[in-house]
Design a protein around this ligand. Structure first.
Ligand SMILES: Cc1ncc(COP(=O)(O)O)c(C=O)c1O
Length: 402
């Protein structure tokens, strides 16, 4: 199927890869950069954000309840679960894709140990509020910044106020993988590091697969690149089983490849310009949706654009995401996996056995099947943004006339 608009553009060219290989000490640069960015003394480079989250939970060495949001991709939840934690879901705020901080206090029980402050789609939860609740109840805050690199709210950067801040080096760091665990707690850092030292190395095969995949994604729109990409992903999807969200054994925990930090060093000078371009396109799309009479039910305004969520009363995710994909628009739901446009409800995922609180999440239940993650990246053309908004409008209105 034609991919007119890909969900994201990794912006990795052969030149960037070559520069990364010859860049020298990426680790030190990356650690210093994040230490400065998060104002935290200790920074561990990990093989992904989910590994950073898992290491953080394991490093605390306790099994407790984690208060978090239900409306998120499973990669944000599986780490706590596979580190032996239990989840308690806190509902979303009205007309928001974020957990309602006002409800956190009533979610706290005698087994609560953590708040996983998960920012989403570049929008940040209120970290000042969460910090003060956590301090009051002696809870640890694990800040999941995978969807908030470069975001800020009320003058606070994502990653600043969590006890541990976790980032991904993919998404809008334009890397091939990798993650960050940043903390001021030396004990937690040392425990996380020694746990990571015991893990196997990152697979070379997977690294080569990602290099080829991301190069092809960067050149999407080119006939040959699209053909090779479809063949490659088709072959992979046949071999892949459904990920084990709960069974930690099925998820590979590894040390990071040194290439992750090297790529970060090479891509970092480009971030500002790439983020600026993306932000201009986002504003254009938001204005076009307003003009077309389909403004999003939840805000699309944000300070960074790793994902771009649109929701609407008349949008039916289960039916309309495949329709968008059929029109060549690589829309996603909550999860980013290739070929899976709809993430199952928590109730159907097996996670509910290891969690509580979902029955009180009415805003989540309402929004779950009215939301879509639209493609958005710096490399989109004006024609593509027009095509995106017009197709969305057409699909929503076709439903209205049914
Ligand atoms: C909120 C959130 N947390 C964690 C992750 C996992 O990030 P990574 O792919 O680096 O493991 C993701 C990835 O999509 C995410 O969106």
């Amino acid at each position: 199927m034609k991919r007119h608009i890909t969900v994201f553009n990794p912006s990795i060219t052969p030149w960037i890869l070559l520069k990364a290989v010859f860049t020298g000490n990426g680790d030190e640069f990356c650690r210093n950069w994040f230490s400065n960015h998060t104002q935290k003394k200790h920074v561990l480079i990990t093989s992904s954000c989910r590994n950073a989250l898992w290491l953080a939970y394991r490093a605390y060495g306790i099994h407790a309840e984690v208060i978090t949001t239900p409306l998120i991709c499973y990669s944000a939840l599986e780490s706590a679960l596979s580190a032996g934690q239990y989840l308690h879901f806190c509902d979303l705020a009205e007309r928001s894709i974020l957990m309602d901080e006002e409800l956190i206090t009533e979610c706290i029980g005698e087994n609560t140990g953590f708040i996983q402050a998960t920012h989403q789609g570049g929008q940040m939860v209120n970290m000042r509020k969460i910090r003060s609740i956590a301090d009051h109840h002696d809870l640890r805050v694990i800040e999941d910044c995978a969807q908030a690199f470069g975001s800020h709210r009320d003058g606070i950067q994502a990653g600043l106020l969590g006890d541990v801040a976790c980032f991904t080096l993919s998404k809008n760091c334009y890397g091939l993988g990798g993650g960050i665990l940043a903390t001021n707690d030396k004990d937690i850092y040392l425990k996380a590091k020694s746990l990571q030292d015991e893990l196997p190395h990152f697979s070379h095969k997977l690294l080569v697969f990602r290099m080829v995949r991301y190069l092809l994604e960067t050149y999407s729109g080119n006939f040959l690149a699209d053909l090779l990409f479809a063949m490659m992903m088709g072959h992979r999807d046949k071999r892949l089983k459904l990920p084990g969200y709960i069974n930690g054994d099925k998820i590979k925990r590894t040390k990071p490849s040194r290439l992750f930090a090297m790529l970060f060093k090479v891509q970092q000078p480009r971030f500002e310009a790439l983020h600026q371009q993306t932000s201009c396109l986002a504003n254009k799309i938001i204005q076009a949706l307003d003009r077309l009479g389909i403004p999003s039910f939840t805000s699309m305004e944000q300070s960074s654009y790793p994902k771009f969520f649109f929701s609407h009363q008349s949008f039916k995710s289960e039916r309309m995401i495949p329709e968008l994909v059929h029109e060549g628009i690589e829309a996603k739901h909550l999860e980013n996996s290739y070929g899976s446009p709809l993430q199952p409800r928590i109730e159907e995922s097996g996670i509910s056995e290891f969690s509580s609180g979902l029955e009180r999440c009415r805003n989540y239940a309402y929004l779950y099947d009215k939301i879509v993650n639209l493609p958005l990246h710096h490399a989109m053309s004006d024609e593509q943004t027009d095509y995106l908004t017009e197709t969305l409008h057409k699909i929503i209105h076709a439903k209205d006339s049914h």
